[in-house]
Ligand binder design. Structure first.
Ligand SMILES: [Zn+2]
Ligand SMILES: [Zn+2]
Length: 532
C-alpha cells in the first residue's frame, strides 16, 4: 500500500469503514473483543472474537439491536403466562461460568496494572460491565460474594406506606382471569408508566427558568430512582395479594429525568395502582451534606492504616460505618433525601395477544440502546445548557456509600483508599451520558418468564444449531481457559479482516437456513399436493 501514489490511496474506500458497514448489515458485532482461548482437550491456543454484547456494558449497535430483540422475546414470554413458572433455582449455565472465569481474568489483569502504578480505569470499567452481565445472567450478588449483613434500623425508620389496603398473600405469580358470558376466558395485564415529580416548568425538555429549576432535587431523584422502583414493587405485591411479576425499562424523558415503563402480569384496579404510586416513597438514610468541610486545596489527607485525616488537625474522619452509627443514634436525624413519584401515573389494561400488547412491547424496548444523556438534541443550545447544569448538580453529590464526594462533607467513603478526591468519582452516575441514573435499564422480576437473558440467548443458539442439523452439546465448562489479549498482540488480525470473517460465517449460516427453509417448503407443497 505504501508504494501506491497518494492520490490512488485516497481514492480507495477505507477498508475498515467498509467492513464495519457490511458487518452492521449482517448484524455482526462491530466491536468484537479478542480473547485467547486454550482448548484443554487439544492443548491448542487460539484467538477468538467474542461479541462485545456478551461481556461489556457498552454495546455496539449490532449487539444492542440483537439485545433488544432478545428483550422483546423475554417481555412477550412472561407477560400473560397462564401457568406458574417452575421455581427451581437456575443452574449456573455455561454463559455464567464463562463470565465468571472472564471476570477472574480481568481482575488479575487489573491487579497487575495496579501493581505497576498505572491507571486501572479501563479495567475497572470492564469489570463493572462484566459484573452487571453476571448479575443479568441470573446469579444473585456479585462474584466476590460481597454480601454485607444488612444494618438494622430502628422501627421509626421503617418505610411502610401506611394507608394502603392489604390483601392476604396467595402463593401465585399469575393474575386473575375473567370469564365472559360466552365462556371465553380473559387474562388481563397492566402497562404502567411512572414519572418523577416536576422540578420546575419545562418546555420541550428545557426549563423555562433554569435558575429556579430544582437541579439538586432532580439529581438526587435520578440517583435514587431504582430504590423507589423497588419500593413500588413491594407495595404493589402487598396490595395485590399475589407475587406480582414485572418486566420494566427505565427510560430518559426529554427533561433528562428517568421514568419507568412496566409490564405487569395480572391486573389491579387502575385507581389502586395510582394510590400505590402516590403512597410510595423512599428515604435515603445517609449523612447530611449541607456543610462543605473540605474543598479546593483544603482536602483530607490519606494516612496508611488510619484512613483520611483532617489536613489541619490530623483528626481521623469518621468512617462510613461510624457515620451511619451516628445517624442511627441521633433521634433528631432526618433522611438526606426522600424520593416520590410525580402525579403523572399512566395505567393501561392490556390483553394478551392483542396489537395493543405488541405495541407496548415495542414501546418497552424502544429506548433500550440509549443512555439518559442520549436524548440530548445536539443542535439545541438550551438543552446543552440544561444538561450541563444537571452534570454540575451531580458533581459533588454522593452517588453511593463508596463515592469520594463524601470527603467533601467530612466522611470517609465506604472502602476508602488512597487517591480519592471529591469531584473525582468515576461512577457512571456523574457522567453526562447517564445524568444520575447509572442503574440497570431493564428490570425483570425473577419469576417473569423463568428464563434469564442468557437462557433466551441459548434458546436462539439451540434453535439455529438444530436447524443446521447440529447437536447443541452442552460444552464442558472446564474445557476452555480464557485470557485477555494484550493491545497490539500480533496474533490478532486487523479489525476489518475479523469483521469480514464473521460476516462470511453469518452468510454461510443464512445460506444454510434458506436451504433448509426451501426443503421444508418443498416437502410441505408435496404433502399438500398429495392431499389434494
Ligand atoms: Zn458488539
Ligand atoms: Zn460518585
Amino acid at each position: 500500500m505504501a508504494d501506491l501514489p497518494r492520490a490512488v490511496r485516497q481514492a480507495m474506500p477505507l477498508a475498515r469503514e467498509v467492513a464495519v458497514e457490511v458487518a452492521k448489515q449482517y448484524g455482526v458485532c462491530i466491536r468484537p473483543i479478542a480473547l485467547k482461548r486454550l482448548d484443554t482437550h487439544t492443548g491448542r491456543w487460539e484467538v477468538v472474537d467474542v461479541p462485545c454484547g456478551a461481556t461489556l456494558d457498552a454495546k455496539c449497535s449490532s449487539c444492542a439491536k440483537r439485545n433488544r430483540q432478545l428483550r422483546k422475546a423475554q417481555c412477550r414470554e412472561g407477560w400473560h403466562l397462564d401457568h406458574e413458572p417452575a421455581s427451581t433455582p437456575d443452574q449456573a449455565n455455561d454463559d455464567q461460568r464463562w463470565l465468571v472465569e472472564f471476570r477472574a481474568d480481568l481482575q488479575a489483569r487489573r491487579d497487575e496494572v495496579a501493581a505497576l502504578g498505572e491507571d486501572t480505569a479501563d479495567w475497572d470499567a470492564a469489570i463493572e460491565g462484566v459484573d452487571a452481565e453476571i448479575n443479568e445472567a441470573g446469579m444473585r450478588g456479585s462474584v466476590l460474594g460481597r454480601t454485607v449483613p444488612k444494618r438494622t434500623r430502628s422501627t421509626r425508620r421503617r418505610q411502610d406506606a401506611a394507608n394502603l389496603p392489604k390483601r392476604r398473600m396467595t402463593p401465585t405469580t399469575l393474575g386473575r382471569t375473567f370469564q365472559a358470558s360466552d365462556g371465553k376466558v380473559y387474562r388481563p395485564s397492566l402497562f404502567v408508566t411512572l414519572t418523577l415529580p416536576s422540578y420546575g416548568k419545562v418546555h420541550d425538555g428545557v426549563p423555562l427558568d433554569p435558575d429556579t429549576y430544582d437541579y439538586a432535587r432532580a439529581a438526587r431523584d435520578a440517583l435514587h430512582f431504582s430504590k423507589l422502583v423497588d419500593r413500588f414493587v413491594q407495595n404493589l405485591r402487598r396490595v395485590a395479594g399475589y407475587d406480582v411479576q414485572y418486566f420494566a425499562t427505565v427510560e430518559p424523558q426529554k427533561r433528562f429525568a428517568p421514568h419507568l415503563h412496566m409490564a405487569i402480569r395480572g391486573t389491579l384496579p387502575r385507581a389502586e395502582v395510582k394510590q400505590i404510586a402516590a403512597a410510595t416513597y423512599h428515604q435515603v438514610w445517609w449523612p447530611q451534606v449541607d456543610e462543605v468541610r473540605f474543598a479546593d486545596d483544603h482536602l483530607p489527607v490519606w494516612q496508611d492504616e488510619a484512613g483520611y485525616l483532617d489536613p489541619a488537625t490530623g483528626e481521623v474522619l469518621p468512617t462510613w460505618d461510624q457515620a451511619l452509627d451516628q445517624l442511627d443514634a441521633d433521634e433528631e436525624a432526618r433522611p438526606l433525601h426522600v424520593i416520590r413519584f410525580g402525579d403523572q401515573v399512566d395505567v393501561k389494561g392490556v390483553l394478551a395477544g392483542t396489537p395493543d400488547a405488541d405495541q407496548c412491547i415495542r414501546y418497552l424496548s424502544k429506548y433500550l440502546t440509549k443512555s439518559l444523556g442520549d436524548t440530548l438534541d445536539t443542535d439545541n443550545p438550551a438543552q446543552h445548557e440544561h444538561a450541563a447544569r444537571m452534570v454540575e448538580a451531580l458533581r459533588y453529590e454522593p452517588c453511593s456509600p463508596a463515592c469520594p464526594n463524601w470527603l467533601r462533607y467530612g466522611v470517609q467513603p465506604k472502602g476508602a483508599k488512597p487517591g480519592m478526591a471529591p469531584g473525582r468519582c468515576r461512577s457512571k452516575a456523574h457522567k453526562p451520558d447517564h445524568l444520575g441514573y447509572a442503574g440497570r435499564r431493564v428490570l425483570v422480576s425473577r419469576k417473569w418468564s423463568n428464563k434469564t437473558l442468557a437462557e433466551h440467548r441459548q434458546d436462539r443458539r439451540t434453535w439455529v444449531l438444530e436447524a443446521l442439523g447440529q447437536r447443541d452439546e452442552t460444552p464442558d465448562s472446564h474445557r476452555y481457559l480464557w485470557k485477555p489479549v494484550p493491545a497490539g498482540d500480533a496474533n490478532v488480525a486487523p479489525l476489518a479482516m475479523r469483521l469480514l470473517r464473521s460476516v462470511a460465517e453469518r452468510q454461510r449460516w443464512r445460506a444454510h437456513m434458506d436451504q433448509l427453509q426451501a426443503q421444508a417448503d418443498g416437502q410441505e407443497s408435496e404433502a399438500t399436493g398429495r392431499a389434494a
